[in-house]
Design a protein around this ligand. Structure first.
Ligand SMILES: *Cc1c(COP(=O)(O)O)cnc(C)c1O
Length: 393
């Protein structure tokens, strides 16, 4: 391997290539790019390698493909530059999925006899993780996200897990306040930042120890890859997360990592378009008599808005609401033309689903979670209002 290629695949750039006060669009398009090398691409392609040439002492950075990969390095740097601009000492690790990232924090930080506080209204696979934690002798306490109810169950906990905004209920808690209370009691704090994305909320700047997310959703935004990450202050806690990734082997493929990095270039464009349309849709739904329980943290009169506006810079692309019955909700989903009936959220193509079909979430039968895509907002709102009309009978 010649010198310039080695430097390139090492992603040798230590500092971001944009000024500290660069805007989100500039950051998104340049995040994690390596130093330019003549005749090399701007974003080097995926490096497919199970092992790397390694004569002599087996030292890093690249030895074996489960430990490190140059394509991950660039993506990890990119996500770190978005999650924690200008913060040195922040380390980011990518995973095979959001759940791989979540599990890596839970299972690397908690020991038998510890207590953890989880949201009672969080992502639907958390109860599965909770059962496994309990089987390992860890005490699991739950609290709802809204109203900072976690404060009442923090004493003696080792880790507080926050999901804000929560999925699918879109409740918000005061992250700074909870971090302060948790740290005062010696507990670590992890925030699931999936719904907000790093352009919407920066948990590490709010004091959290870990920002954890599924990159499957709006971060990568095309509904074609699964990915997860953990960003945290370096040190022992992150070393344990890294060790857990190695033990479990929950690593992303190089192709997925590269696709994710490529997708980050349009993050600001997608997020601003989708989130603006989500607000427009929420406003259009506000006047509809068949719609109850409408939630969007960006709506000025939403119960989450005050707290959200103190800690979020953008409010996400998910809108939730309830139709009178399960049958009405199903007819509505059937009648949509520009919105796919599918789970997940954050993609450029709008999706919606009747959340109750999964069981597990404490939501009414007619509860709809809608993820707003990058379609023209006028077309989308018209499609939704037409589907509401047509589903009336
Ligand atoms: C989807 C999701 C996850 C899990 O992510 P996967 O990539 O599907 O494993 C975790 N938390 C939240 C809030 C999610 O929406």
């Amino acid at each position: 391997m010649n010198d310039s290629a080695a430097k390139d695949t090492d992603g040798a750039r230590k500092e971001p290539c944009f000024p500290a006060d660069a805007g989100d669009g500039t950051r998104a398009v340049r995040a994690g790019l390596p130093e330019p090398v003549k005749h090399e691409p701007t974003l080097p392609g995926p490096v497919f390698a199970a092992h790397f040439h390694l004569p002599g002492e087996p030292t890093g950075p690249y030895t074996y493909g489960r430990d490190e990969n140059p394509t991950w390095t660039l993506l990890e740097r990119a996500i770190g530059e978005l999650e924690a601009p200008g913060r040195s000492g922040v380390e980011t690790l990518v995973f095979a999925s959001g759940m791989a990232a979540i599990s890596s924090v839970l299972f690397s930080q908690l020991r038998a006899g510890d207590a953890v506080v989880l949201p009672g209204d969080g992502y639907q696979a958390l109860p599965l993780a909770s059962e496994q934690l309990q089987a390992y002798g860890i005490e699991v306490r739950t609290a709802p996200t809204g109203g900072d109810a976690q404060l009442d169950v923090l004493d003696g906990a080792r880790l507080l897990w926050i999901e804000s905004p929560s999925n699918p209920g879109l409740d918000v808690c005061d992250i700074r306040r909870l971090v302060q209370a948790a740290h005062a009691r010696g507990a670590l704090v992890a925030v699931d930042n999936t719904l907000a994305t790093p352009l919407g909320q920066r948990p590490l700047a709010l004091g959290a120890d870990f920002s954890v997310a599924s990159g499957t959703k709006q971060l990568t935004g095309h509904g074609d890859i699964l990915l997860g990450y953990v960003a945290g202050r370096g040190g022992e806690a992150m070393a344990a997360v890294r060790r857990w990734r190695k033990i479990v082997g929950a690593i992303p493929g190089p192709m997925e990592a590269w696709l994710a990095h490529r997708s980050l270039a349009t993050l600001q464009l997608r997020v601003d378009r989708q989130n603006a349309s989500a607000l427009e849709l929420a406003k259009a739904l506000r006047g509809r008599p068949e719609v109850t329980g409408l939630r969007y943290p960006g709506l000025p009169d939403d119960p989450s808005h005050r707290t959200a506006s103190q800690q979020m810079r953008r409010y996400g692309c998910v809108v939730s609401f309830t139709l009178p019955t399960r049958a009405r909700a199903e007819r509505f989903l059937d009648a949509l033309r520009l919105v796919d009936d599918a789970t997940s959220f954050g993609g450029v193509r709008s999706t919606a689903e009747r959340r109750g079909r999964w069981g597990g979430d404490a939501v009414p039968e007619g509860f709809i979670r809608m993820s707003v895509g990058a379609e023209d907002p006028g077309d989308l709102v018209a499609d939704v209002l037409r589907a509401l009309d047509e589903s009336a009978h």
